[in-house]
Design a binder for this molecule. Structure first.
Ligand code: DX5
Ligand code: ZN
Length: 215
């Protein structure tokens, strides 16, 4: 299992140090949650912040856009140094154009599904994707409870990828993942787990990441 700590749970007064801390703790990817206060009822940070902390780690930056019009901002996040950009299939931008724009910048595209969005909505785009991110909480806030009823959706997407010979697509899960829930994600076939609270609130984040990676 790959682990992507969500910086949403970090101490923002020292975000750079927090990224270094996660890098040293063995994080596989850095997960950066961008919220616009419109697509979700919360506002976080944008491309200038990501650009400022980019130099503090060589790990892939996994930028999760919870914004209504991702297409307008792809250049900004590519310029900021994103390696992976995931955006929501429920957004207002044209999905194909947004994926094509991400790829044209040499960045890996991923689509995200909110809990009430069915698996089939991402099927038309699978051939063009590197990542499918299944939300296991309603997007907007850290520290919520994992929704185990999202695991059939993970399996359905995994099955469809396999049926089409797209076994290189990574399935990522995001929200409420920690010691008590990661096994369910692993059993369903999740390849990358985002973890905010469980990593940043751990007494020893390196130990937590090491444990999570064994699933
Ligand atoms: C929620 C974000 C998540 C969140 C995960 O909208 O996309 O990345 O920060 O935090 P935890 O692990 O605390 O649920
Ligand atoms: Zn996220």
């Amino acid at each position: 299992m790959k682990i992507a700590p969500s910086l949403l749970s970090c101490d923002f007064s020292k975000m750079g140090e927090e990224i270094e801390r996660m890098d040293q703790a063995g994080a596989d990817w850095m997960h950066l949650d961008v919220m616009d206060g419109h697509f979700v009822p919360n506002i976080t940070f944008g491309a200038p912040i990501i650009k400022a902390v980019r130099k503090l780690s060589n790990r892939p930056f996994d930028v999760h856009l919870m914004i209504s019009e991702p297409l307008k901002y792809i250049d900004d996040f590519a310029d900021a140094g994103a390696d992976i950009i995931t955006f929501h299939v429920e957004c207002d931008s044209d999905i194909d154009s947004t994926i094509d724009k991400i790829k044209s910048r040499g960045v890996k595209p991923g689509l995200v599904l909110k809990p009430n969005t069915p698996a089939w909505t991402v099927f038309p785009y699978l051939e063009k994707l590197d990542v499918v991110l299944v939300m296991t909480v309603e997007p907007g806030f850290g520290g919520q409870s994992f929704m185990p009823n999202m695991m059939p959706k993970v399996k359905e997407i995994k099955r469809e990828c396999h049926r089409r010979g797209l076994d290189n697509i990574l399935i990522e899960a995001d929200g409420g993942i920690g010691r008590d829930t990661i096994e369910q994600a692993a059993d369903a076939g999740v390849d990358v787990c985002v973890a905010g609270t469980a990593v940043f609130r751990a007494a020893d984040p390196a130990k937590a990441i090491e444990l999570f990676k064994t699933f």
